[in-house]
Design a protein around this ligand. Sequence first.
Ligand code: NAD
Length: 248
Amino acid sequence: MKLQNKTALITGASRGIGYAVAECFLREGAAVAVCSLTEQSAAAAKEALLKAVPAGRVYAQRADVSQSADCEGFVQNAFREFGAIDILVNNAGITKDTLMLRMKEADFDAVINVNLKGAFLMSKAAVKFMMKGAEGSIINMSSVVGQTGNAGQINYAASKAGLIGLTKAMAKEFASRNIRVNTVAPGFVSTDMTNALSEELRAEVLKSIPLKRFAQAADIANAALFLACGDASYITGQVLAVNGGLYV
Ligand SMILES: NC(=O)c1ccc[n+]([C@@H]2O[C@H](COP(=O)([O-])OP(=O)(O)OC[C@H]3O[C@@H](n4cnc5c(N)ncnc54)[C@H](O)[C@@H]3O)[C@@H](O)[C@H]2O)c1
């Protein structure tokens, strides 16, 4: 097992990629602390994770990553529960897609606040505890759209491109503490987020993916596992694209 005796925090883990990362890390021996937007969805995620890995150690609570008090609270509770924080996956993310001229300022702010500021707030809260250990790994969930841009998603693309800059700067700031910071940039993944797209758009996107399929959440979890574990001990400040060749 690659994460034996490690403790991992995963945001936005009630479903989709975040849940898959939590289950993967749990199977690899980590104790996992997960948060999502509602108490109910966090509790349901805990129940499902323990069903999947009955011997696992799971802590779950509601926390909105765009609120600094929620981030501080989640990190403190997880530390109290497990006594260490080794890994943080900043996965929580939202979309509010529309063309720029129709985009409301509030929708721009909301996406930046969750996707980008949320990673800043959660990382700031977690690194204080991570520095107590000998090493750490932070993984920010970006997107292919942060690398290429996409019409109708200027808020989302800006937030995801911002995460790449955040990753590189944090990697430089925390390298001396042996805390590695990397980004996973998924392409199109079959989750609730992409299920919301129209059938036509999904078919159109599929044509442009060389591997001819959408990713499964487990494909992304495996990339996160690699960056989280000792196999990536000399990798920091990088963007690992998991996009089926969509953008090379
Ligand atoms: N699905 C894709 O194709 C795809 C592609 C590239 C990147 N991503 C990114 O991967 C991440 C996960 O995507 P997904 O498809 O699993 O999404 P999803 O919509 O299925 O799940 C999002 C999760 O984030 C949580 N969340 C939302 N806002 C939150 C907040 N303010 N605080 C805490 N939790 C919050 C939700 O409760 C949920 O658990 C996102 O950052 C997304 O941008 C997804």
